[in-house]
Design a protein around this ligand. Structure first.
Ligand SMILES: [Zn+2]
Length: 650
């Protein structure tokens, strides 16, 4: 027989020691006091004959795809007192109240409690804890701990989520990946006598905590910042209620950025941000407070549905082409409406678009073209595509609380329902479901799973688990996808999406202006779904502006947001501009800086705009400028259309 090696011997010895310790532990009835839990355990603690203190593990870091920390830890401490070790009670009370900034009377109540271990305060800053440690007062004990810290505060707040007092994830990625991030607590076991006093020379053992693993996400902090800035800017300019933006890689489903505004500070997640609610906060019931906080934490892009409107037309188009019920040159006629059953359903252009091909119909976003296409498809085939595009199911994104589309039961779909659905009305989807469908339309026909998780890594950077989903299901032909990309590029170069046009880049997209329910309120969601480069998309973005004041068209309000984001992120992502011959000969690319025309008289604006070489579109009635697009300070090309909204003076 082979002689056991030193290593084996050492292990055996260790094993024996552990068993001995275990038995001993049983004899003295090792109790277990979970100091990070609440008061209910404290009463029981007195019965215990050993005192265990948990050592909180360090929670894993959440990184963006380039290793920039999005959620990390700060060193803090938990300060407690052990009643039976206190020698000078007044000294303890004075030291604790002065160092921690607590009321002496509150400290006294805790110090007087006859329990083995009483927690005075947790999450104490390291410097303060060190100061207390230096005083070295018998009875006061200080345990190291860590606190979650979000270096970018509001950035991606709805996505990252935050943790509770016990460092457990509450919403977002913090809860989804909690099992990997949380780690395993350690313990300090101290043998104590029946009165909770340390037994001199008694057994003490420290079991080290195991730190959590790290999560690497697909988020890109630079893209996220550009997206949030652009969104905030438009919300402010349009006095809109809220807004959302999603940017993903349509080939893989990796989400580069997602934001909803208003948002909240991850380091103060229980502080309400809405100024009105803030002023009423102390008068609100607990139930109302909880409701308001939940509302603030909602990720509208995922947790809520909306009526998509015209962006949905890309799905009707794709189904029509794939089923070959329409062709590119197929001719349609729009008199400004269609009579369906007993209903007259309008096109957005009251006078009608007249004769047009299918491609022109998409560019014009002409409702009758889509009503005709859906009629040719029939309800059953139309529903087959809703299903194929994943609109009946959750996308499977890796954050909790995903909502799913609300559709008519197919049994109830008559000609009117089919007609309204064809252009994106009378049903709801989540913004995420819509962008996922859009990705399949432009990526060659594959349904992808949108996701944030990239991989779980160890402290040493070892990949422990790959989270990227490789599942890609082909739902439409590559040929149809190729055609759709071209059509959607022409929407930007020649149609309703022209405000996303960016010299040097091929961009495709579709605008939408959805009227919110009830329609009598005349409130809108302006949106734009765009992708680039149009011939081989690497990014796709969806932006929603909820209840813009004044001009509310998707093409006017939402399209420029995507333009601004793409202008910044495409070069950053290494997608170089390729100028066409025409663009190169065009002088004045990005040459004109837009002045501020707000509250200026219309006559002045007309003069200035002419000298700047821009074309002017005036909306509204009156002589004073109340709104302008692009906003002041933006740089545009000569020949760009400049839009103002005017009102009467005074
Ligand atoms: Zn029309």
């Amino acid at each position: 027989m082979k002689k056991p090696s030193m290593e084996v011997k050492r292990r055996l010895l260790f094993f024996l020691a552990m068993v001995t310790f275990g038995i001993f532990g049983l004899i003295v009835r090792i109790g277990y006091l979970q100091i990070i839990q609440g008061d209910e355990l404290k009463a029981k603690a007195w019965d215990q004959q050993t005192r265990d203190r948990l050592i909180a593990p360090t929670r894993g870091t959440i990184y963006d795809r380039n290793g920039v920390p999005l959620a990390q830890n700060a060193s803090v401490a938990t300060v407690s007192v052990i009643h039976n070790q206190i020698q000078n009670k007044e000294e303890v009370i004075t030291a604790l109240s002065s160092t921690l900034g607590l009321e002496p009377e509150d400290v006294r109540k805790k110090v007087d409690r006859i329990v083995a271990l009483e927690r005075i305060q947790s999450r104490v800053d390291k410097e303060i804890a060190d100061e207390l440690r230096r005083k070295n007062i018998p009875g006061i004990i200080i345990d190291e701990d860590s606190k979650r810290y979000y270096p970018n505060r509001n950035l991606a707040s709805h996505i990252l989520g935050f943790v509770g007092k016990d460092n457990q994830g509450i919403i977002g990625l913090e809860v989804k990946y909690d099992e990997y991030l949380k780690g395993i607590p350690g313990k300090i076991l101290t043998e104590a006598d029946a009165k909770g006093r340390d037994i001199p020379g008694g057994l003490q053992q420290r079991i080290e905590p195991m730190a959590g693993n790290h999560l690497v996400t697909t988020l890109d902090i630079v893209v996220q910042q550009y997206a949030e800035q652009a969104l905030e800017k438009v919300l402010r300019a349009k006095e809109a209620k809220k807004g959302s933006i999603i940017i993903l890689n349509p080939q893989t489903g990796a989400i580069l950025a997602m934001a909803n505004k208003p948002d909240f500070d991850l380091n103060e997640p229980f502080t309400i941000q809405d100024p009105l609610l803030q002023s009423q906060w102390s008068q609100l019931s607990q139930e109302d407070k909880t409701k308001a906080l939940n509302q603030m934490w909602r990720n509208f892009s995922i947790n809520d549905t909306y009526e998509p409107g015209s962006t949905f037309k890309i799905i009707t188009s794709t189904a029509g082409l794939e089923e070959k019920v329409v062709s590119l040159s197929h001719s349609f006629y729009c008199p400004g409406y269609r009579i369906v059953a007993d209903r007259r359903i309008r096109c957005h252009k009251a006078g009608g678009h007249g004769s047009q091909t299918f491609v022109e119909g998409v560019r014009n976003s002409c409702n009758p073209v889509f009503m005709d296409t859906a009629e040719k498809l029939g309800a059953e085939t139309f529903y087959k595509y809703l299903k194929l595009f994943g609109l009946h199911e959750k996308t499977g994104i890796d954050v909790p609380g995903e909502a799913v589309g609300i559709m008519h039961n197919i049994k109830n779909v008559g000609p009117v329902e089919l007609a309204t659905m064809s252009f994106g009305q009378s049903f709801q989807v989540t913004p995420l479901q819509l962008i996922r469908s859009g990705a399949a339309i432009v990526n060659g026909g594959y349904l992808i799973t949108p996701h944030f998780g990239s991989k779980i890594i160890s402290e040493e950077g070892l990949v422990l688990k790959n989270l990227e989903s490789t599942k890609r299901q082909q739902i439409i032909s590559t040929e149809t996808s190729d055609i759709m990309r071209e059509i959607l590029e022409s929407v930007v170069s020649e149609g309703t999406g022209h405000r996303t046009y960016l010299p040097g880049y091929k961009i495709g997209g579709k605008t939408a202006t959805s009227e919110k329910l009830p329609r009598s309120n005349r409130k809108y969601i302006a949106s734009f779904l765009g992708f680039a480069p149009a011939d081989s998309p690497e990014v796709m973005a969806l932006v929603l502006i909820d209840e813009p004041v004044g001009i509310y068209y998707g093409g006017t309000v939402a399209a420029p947001v995507i333009k601004e984001v793409f202008e910044n992120i495409l070069p950053y992502l290494g997608i170089e501009p390729k100028y066409s011959e025409q663009e190169l000969t065009l002088t004045g690319i990005g040459d004109v800086e837009i002045p501020n025309f707000l509250e200026q008289p219309l006559s002045e604006v007309k003069k200035t705009i002419r000298t700047l070489g821009l074309t002017l579109e005036v909306l509204g009635e009156g002589t004073v400028v109340k709104e302008q697009f692009p906003l002041a300070g933006e740089r545009v090309n000569q020949g760009t259309k400049f839009i103002i909204y005017v009102e009467p003076e005074g």
